[in-house]
Design a protein around this ligand. Structure first.
Ligand SMILES: Cc1ncc(COP(=O)(O)O)c(C=O)c1O
Ligand SMILES: N[C@@H](CCOP(=O)(O)O)C(=O)O
Length: 424
């Protein structure tokens, strides 16, 4: 049987079923689609250990290593760099600062283009190749665009990225330009760009690579697979992640449900989604007991999560309900301080990522994360993604608590000795 014949796209809302033969957009009812596929009959977790010492491309990818848990795409269509294999860090300074004794940081900024998006992109672009897509597209606050541009170039496909004009961090815009995407700057915010690209994909035949595409979420499930593998399949008490378009939250819920169904989890970890206070429609919905959801006009320094109408809202709600999870917010100041702390340890991350660490600190202070809880916080993007945020923090006035200002000196040993006497 061909790979496509083994998969069906099913609407989350009305259960309508579709062939996965085109760009997987929404169902006519407006619902999002998920992929149904038969699980490989016998999956031994020891397979994954064996693959860690292999040089074979699919085994080396922290996505395709878990291929029995993913849609069965033909190996010849797969585009991989490879993704994943991201570290789990522990650092005493962050333990002290957050008050969380057993805090792990899973650094998804260590993916090939510097964000978690690559895990979803390898699967979605491989599906695009499988069905013979001619051109791919996304709307983006920057990281999806960088990932789309890179993977499309590797796949030999043209790409178009729709960006909110003037709101993209320099590192991300530079990547999309360098990798050769056609850049369309939309006058408006991310949500306007997202509406436009969904329409363009329906009307103009572009293959859509945002997280409405269920193959993206399939790849992003492997963040959870890999972190559990790294922890010897022992379940942490909490997984804390930033929330924007909510694709990751949806993917984490799906991954946990899948692992529970195959019998690998003795219990579920609780998901804690942290939003920037100025871009927090999911938090507002959570506070209403998920009785109502209202899009907002978003504003935050963490441009990656400057999103007011997240496409995966319904799925993310189900993920919170499944895991007895919670949603909270942190201010831009809290994000910037958490980022400076993570950066100062030498680990580093972009602003949106630091929301998860700021969130851990807040939840510990409130007694929600309790002493002895084991917590994995997801760092979603690399420190180099947003150099302007680093410079604004360290060079801005008035000086911030961890500001590290460069000094300029005359080229003499005396001048240098003066600086060293103050610095060391
Ligand atoms: C660095 C970074 N962190 C977090 C997010 C939020 O992830 P999600 O949209 O899956 O909620 C994004 C993008 O949305 C991002 O680029
Ligand atoms: N932060 C995202 C926003 C788009 O999210 P997606 O997961 O739906 O592609 C970005 O980097 O563009």
């Amino acid at each position: 049987m061909g790979a496509l014949a083994q998969m069906t796209l099913v609407c989350d809302r009305c259960s309508a079923r579709f062939e996965p033969a085109g760009s997987p957009g929404r169902c006519q009812c407006g619902g999002l689609l998920h992929v149904e596929f038969p699980l490989a009959e016998v999956v031994e977790r020891t397979n994954f250990d064996v693959r860690l010492s292999s040089w074979q491309a699919l085994d080396r990818s922290g996505v395709w290593r878990y291929r029995e848990l993913l849609p069965p795409l033909p190996a010849a269509a797969i585009v991989t760099r490879p993704e994943g294999n991201t570290a789990l860090y522990q650092h005493p300074q962050l333990t002290d600062w957050t008050g969380c004794e057993e805090l792990f940081l899973k650094h998804e900024g260590e993916n090939p283009t510097g964000s978690f998006k690559d895990r979803g992109m390898t699967v979605a672009i491989s599906h695009a190749r499988t069905i013979g897509a001619q051109a791919v597209a996304c709307a983006s606050t920057g990281n999806t665009a960088a990932s789309v541009a890179a993977y499309a170039a590797l796949a030999g496909l043209p790409s178009v990225v729709f960006l909110p004009a003037g709101k993209i961090a320099a590192g991300k815009l530079g990547q999309a330009i360098a990798y050769g995407a056609r850049i369309v700057q939309v006058e408006g915010d991310f949500d306007a760009a997202m509406r436009l690209v969904e329409e363009a994909s329906r009307e103009l035949g572009l293959y859509l690579l945002n997280s409405v595409n269920p193959f993206r979420l399939e790849g992003q499930k492997t963040i959870v697979f890999e972190l559990l593998h790294q922890l010897g399949w022992s379940v942490p008490d909490w997984i804390v992640l930033p929330g924007g378009n909510l694709g990751n939250t949806a993917a984490f819920g799906a991954a946990l449900a899948q692992l529970r169904d195959v019998g690998w989890l003795e219990r579920l970890p609780r998901l804690a989604v942290i939003q920037a206070a100025g871009a927090a429609p999911f938090y507002a919905a959570y506070r209403s007991g998920f009785r109502e959801f209202r899009p907002v006009t978003a504003e935050t320094i963490a441009t990656a999560i400057r999103i007011g109408n997240p496409v995966s809202y319904e799925r993310a709600r189900r993920a919170i309900e499944l895991t007895d999870g919670l949603v909270d917010t942190v201010s831009d100041e809290e994000i910037l301080e958490a980022k400076a702390r993570v950066d100062r340890t030498g680990i580093g991350c972009e602003p949106a990522s630091a929301a998860s660490v700021a969130g851990v600190r807040k939840l510990v202070a409130r007694g929600v994360i309790r002493p002895g809880d084991r917590v994995v916080a997801i760092l979603t993007g690399h420190v180099l993604k947003d150099p302007d945020a680093v410079l604004a923090y360290h060079l801005g006035d008035p000086p911030r608590p961890l500001a590290n200002r460069p000094v300029t000196i005359a080229p003499t040993l005396d001048a240098l000795a003066g600086v060293l006497a103050r610095a060391l």
